[in-house]
Structure formats: C-alpha cells, structure tokens
Design a protein around this ligand. Structure first.
Ligand code: ZN
Length: 357
C-alpha cells in the first residue's frame, strides 16, 4: 500500500533483488530463503507456463523446504484475481510467486497486494514493462489503463526461458520500450503546460532504455543471449523508472492512450506492445520528432508498423486516434484536451504510412 505522505514528499518502492541471466529459474527457492521468507509459497501461473517454467520454480522452492502449492489462472479478469485471493486467504502463504507472462504476473501482483503479501516475479516473456513495475492492467476493472499496485520484492528473469517464448512477444516488448521516446516528451509537455511534476532522473532512465534497445536491434532480432538480456534489462529499468517517478508518466504517454483506446474500439486488438509501437511512430510525428527512426527500428525488429500488420482495419486506427485523449483525461499529452480532428488523424496515419492513402 502507498503510505499517506506530507506534501512535496515522494515514495519509491523498488525491487530488492534482480536475478537475470541464463538458467536462473532454479534459484527462486534460494532467493526466497535469502530474502528471509520461511513459510508456504503460493505459485500463480498459467496452464502452459506451469510446464515451461512453473515446474522448475516449484522444484526449487520445494528443495528449500517451503510448503508449496500452485494455482493456475486462465485470463486477466477480476474473477481470476478473486479466485487467487480466496486461495491466499485459505493457505495464508508467506510469499506469492508469479510465474508467466503478463496476466500471471499481474494477477500475482494484484492479489498479493490486496492480501498484504509480498510477491516475486518470474517473467517467462518480455512483452511489456509490467514484469517489473508496480502497475497492473486488467480486464474488467473500472479503467482501461494500468493502476498502482506494488513492486515485486524480487525479479528472477531467466533469459533462457524468455528466449524460447514466441518471437512475437519479444518484438512486442521492443514496442513497449521504444514507446518511452514519446512518453517522456509527453511528460515534459505536461510539465510545461500543466506544471505537472517532472523528474529528470526517471525520464532519462526511461529514455536510456529506449535508446539501448534501439541500438541493439540486430542482436534482439537474432534472439542472442545478449539481445534478450538487453531487452529484459530495459523492461526492468522502465519499471524502476516508474517507481522512481511514482507515476507511469516516464513510460506511458499518448502512444499508450492510443493503444488503450484501440483495445476498446477494435474488435480484434493486437498485443499491447505492438499497438504502443505503432502509436509511437504517429505520436513522434505529432511531436515533430524523428518518427522515421522509430519506424525503421520496429521494422528491423520485425514488429508491426502498419494497421495491416497489426491486423486492424484503418477505421479503428482513426477512431482510436481521435478518442485517445478521452481515455485518461487527466493525462495531458500531445493530443491536447480536445484530441485530434478526423482530418489530423487521417493525416498523421497516412504520412507515417500506418494506413495506406
Ligand atoms: Zn506499456
């Protein structure tokens, strides 16, 4: 829980340990023991993930003498969170271990916070920065964007497992990282226009993640050890940047509003990071930034850069562009308070080649 603070003070909650590299999943048990946990551990994971990584983690926790159980979740819905919460209250574990992609980690994060437990994150994919952040995004909540929960006490990111995940997830993760290029510009803009708090350190950290990932496009595309590691480190740094800022501002601007809006209006949305990547191309154009650079990078990575590649019809792209400003009205961005006009939306989408003329 975020404590009540006096004015002009700042609360940062950061992970205490991060283990990253090949074959670190068997070290989860040891990590829990080192962090001083003794009691039962509840694993929150998905059906498929259980066999990919969950079993290894379960074994390692059992070996350390922890009483362990696993609960599998199907989707990121409030019902699944309630199911896990119920299990936590029955079992009263000392620690929750979230093993999996976005939904498993998000459910572990939210249910552990609601029950006052710590949680450890074991990401098996690198598709977005939620693997290390204190934020959750989930279907069925009262808002389409993420909100504050708590940070993992530790992150154990096994790059040999992440490297074996579908490449589409890795490419999506690159889209979520490159999004910081426009997110930070929007944050700066809100500082100037609305006198919103702006933190140089958090902003630079987020921008650095996007720069480093862009510089390492070819090794990420080749899914080399160092490429995967660079992406995972960037995603973790983005989570840290949000913790330091005390807001998702350094990592989420108009490109994220576009993605959230698209998720609501399109019948078959693409992945969060894929949509954010395409949003970044268009928002970079709106900012007068180097949108070609973003587009080149995403093409090099093999991430979508057009409506067609997202599998989304142009009409939904335009609808999302004109309504994105209303998704989260208190978040001031380059879209302004009244949003893009239809003509402006069509112009940005065609100039950047997101939709064909
Ligand atoms: Zn994101």
């Amino acid at each position: 829980m975020i404590p009540e603070l006096p004015p002009a003070s700042h609360y940062m909650q950061l992970p205490r340990e991060v283990l990253i590299g090949r074959n670190v999943a068997p070290l989860v048990g040891e990590t829990l023991a080192r962090l001083g946990f003794h009691g039962p551990a509840l694993l929150v994971t998905g059906d498929i993930v259980l066999h990919v990584a969950g079993d290894t983690v379960l074994e390692s926790v059992k070996e350390r003498g922890f009483k362990t159980e696993a609960v599998t979740v199907r989707n990121s819905s409030t019902e699944e969170v309630a199911k896990v919460e119920k299990r936590i209250r029955e079992m009263n574990p000392d620690i929750i271990v979230g093993v999996g992609g976005g939904k498993d980690i998000d459910i572990a994060k939210l249910s552990s916070m609601k029950t006052g437990k710590s949680f450890l994150s074991v990401p098996t994919a690198a598709s977005h920065d939620g693997i290390a952040s204190s934020l959750v995004s989930m279907k069925g909540l009262d808002r389409p964007y993420s909100y504050a929960a708590h940070s993992p006490i530790a992150i154990v990111a096994d790059t040999s497992i992440i490297a074996k995940s579908p490449y589409r997830l890795i490419a999506a993760g690159c889209g979520d990282v490159v999004a910081k290029y426009t997110a930070v510009r929007d944050w700066k803009l809100a500082h100037r226009i609305k006198n919103e708090y702006y933190g140089d350190y958090a902003a630079d950290l987020a921008l650095m993640s996007s720069r480093v990932v862009m510089k390492n496009a070819s090794s990420i595309r080749a899914v080399t050890d160092s490429g995967v590691r660079t992406l995972v480190e960037a995603l973790i740094s983005c989570g840290v940047a949000m913790s330091i800022a005390g807001t998702s501002r350094p990592c989420s601007g108009a490109e994220h509003l576009f993605s959230h809006s698209l998720a609501m209006v399109a019948p078959n949305p693409a992945l969060h990071g894929e949509q954010c990547g395409v949003g970044t191309i268009m928002c970079a154009y709106l900012h007068g930034g180097n949108w070609e650079l973003i587009k080149d990078f995403l093409q090099k990575i093999g991430a979508p850069t057009t409506a067609k590649e997202l599998g989304i019809e142009p009409q939904y792209i335009l609808k999302a562009l004109t309504t994105a400003h209303s998704v989260r009205p208190e978040r001031y961005t380059i879209l302004g308070e009244s949003g893009l006009t239809s003509d402006a939306a069509l112009k940005v989408a065609t100039i950047t080649g997101v939709i064909e003329q």
